[in-house]
Design a protein around this ligand. Structure first.
Ligand code: FAD
Length: 451
């Protein structure tokens, strides 16, 4: 009996020994923990159709993959669409040891793929090291974040995936393959890979000596000043984010993260005034969940993300979309969104505008071009949001827009292929890693493999 059939029997007939019997083919392999009921993503807007297993070591992952006809990795479940789901089984790596190994001479850290950035950041900081950047939240898994091209902000900061120097991947045959940036051909296609090449079990990342960050918030910046000086605004510090609901003549907030004092804070910033107390990006919500502001210096690990690890990030009851445009089109793309404010503002809780450096990762939204990301935190009204997305995507199409893979979007493979120069190369790479298509799912058929 194949793994899928065994797991199906376990889910429905509650026979927890079945998979254990299968995995006894290796002395070191014990039965992975498995959930019996279907589960949903962080936002609660997507319920996974596949059962979720929690192996406790890499050998279990290899056996699961080798015996499955359909299987995919599940990270910390922070994506808003069906990207992670599988017609077979979902494999969560949260049962593996974090096994964080720092090489202080090579300036790298190796870590289990299911480890969260929050856990990793605490350990790196404790040992005197840093990552170059973080997303808005530290709760996400390393492998899940890099698989979708997750990013923070900063003109000179690439996405989190740009720090990856090596991966260990369980491929379709169950083989454990090590690939690295220096010696593996096509490595640039393997990092932002949407889970389509296999299950990443271990990741090696570039690190650097720890650094301090100060965070300043400014309010009510006139749009005219921001758009006339857009390059100066985003280039004014290590990481800059703008928050808006697209309504009116001002940007609600600018979050300026200064590294080692690279920003001279004053009372005003492009016509906005310095906040006098901590701020949450969403109006009316306490800043208690946010990383410390008001220029109080602290470790990178406690300032680069917007939200604290121990508390709920963002609103909690929300949906998200995000669209990346080439840097040179940023102002025009922003104007296009402002022109849609009558449609967008009633549905949006807040939008965030960030800048990201170019990279060479084939499916990255910043492949071959520096980018600006227009992010939307939506009210949890999925039907209304999905009705609006085609309108937004049509407005951004002239700017060669690329959507965030882990958030809600409407474009299909036919629309996306022309804006990713290495799209066909990625499809060929996936065929090589996974000739029987066991790592594919309906989402990938729609957005990548469908022609
Ligand atoms: C509140 C909130 C804030 C966010 N902020 C940001 C932000 O600041 N910047 C940003 O860019 N995004 C942001 N996101 C989106 C988020 O970073 C992405 O959706 C990311 O993919 C989530 O990682 P995850 O571990 O939850 O992955 P999941 O959602 O569980 O999975 C995502 C994809 O990764 C694959 N995957 C997971 N683990 C592995 C593995 N071991 N091997 C191979 N493939 C794997 C899955 O198969 C799937 O295709 C935010 C999301 C939320 C909910």
């Amino acid at each position: 009996m194949c793994v899928d059939a065994l797991i199906a029997r376990m889910s429905h007939a509650r026979e927890p020994l079945a998979l254990g019997m299968l995995l006894q083919t290796s002395n070191t392999v014990r039965r992975p923990r498995m959930n019996q009921t279907s589960e949903h993503n962080w936002a609660g807007n997507y319920r996974y159709t596949a059962p979720i297993v929690h192996p406790s070591n890499v050998e279990q992952v290899q056996l699961l993959v080798a015996g499955a006809t359909g299987v995919r990795a599940l990270g910390s479940r922070h994506s808003f669409n069906a990207i992670a789901d599988s017609a077979g089984t979902l494999v969560a790596l949260d049962g593996l040891d974090d096994n964080i190994v720092i090489d202080s001479a090579a300036l790298t850290v190796a870590v289990s793929a299911g480890t969260t950035y929050g856990t990793l950041a605490v350990e790196l900081q404790r040992r005197g090291f840093a990552l170059h950047n973080l997303a808005s939240l530290p709760h996400i898994s390393v492998a899940g974040a890099i698989a979708t091209g997750t990013h923070g902000s900063g003109d000179r900061n690439g996405s989190l995936a740009t720090a990856v120097s090596a991966l260990e991947i369980v491929t379709g045959s169950g083989e454990l393959l090590r690939v690295d940036r220096d010696s593996t051909p096509d490595f640039a296609g393997m990092v932002v890979a949407l889970g389509a090449l296999g299950i990443v079990t271990r990741v090696t990342l570039d690190i650097e000596p720890s650094f301090a960050v100060q965070q300043f918030v400014y309010e009510n910046l006139p749009w005219s000043a921001v758009l006339q000086n857009f390059d100066a605004v985003t280039g004014s510090a290590y990481s800059v984010s703008l928050f808006t609901n697209w309504h009116g003549d001002t940007v609600d907030q600018a979050w300026v993260k200064s590294r080692d004092g690279d920003f001279s804070a004053g009372a005003a910033f492009f016509g906005g005034s310095a906040a006098t107390a901590g701020r949450h990006p969403l109006p009316g919500i306490s800043a208690i969940n946010c990383t410390e502001q008001l220029g109080v210096a602290g470790a990178w690990s406690e300032r680069l993300a917007h939200f604290r690890l121990a508390l709920t990030p963002s609103n909690g009851d929300e949906l998200q979309s995000e669209y990346h445009v080439p840097r040179e089109h940023a102002v025009a793309a922003i104007e296009a969104m402002r022109a849609l404010s009558l449609r967008i503002t009633p549905l949006v809780l807040v939008s965030e505008i960030r800048s990201i450096a170019a990279d060479d990762l084939w499916l990255s939204s910043t492949y071959g071009r520096a980018g600006v990301a227009l992010h939307f935190t939506w009210k949890p009204e999925q039907a209304a949001v999905e009705a609006l997305l085609p309108v937004i995507e049509a407005a951004l199409a002239p700017f060669l827009v690329r959507p965030h893979w882990g958030k809600l979007f409407q474009a299909d493979a036919a629309a996306l292929a022309p804006v990713y120069p290495r799209f066909d190369d990625f499809r060929a790479l996936a065929d090589r890693f996974d000739p029987t298509g066991k790592f594919r799912n309906a989402f990938l058929e729609r957005t990548v493999f469908g022609r």
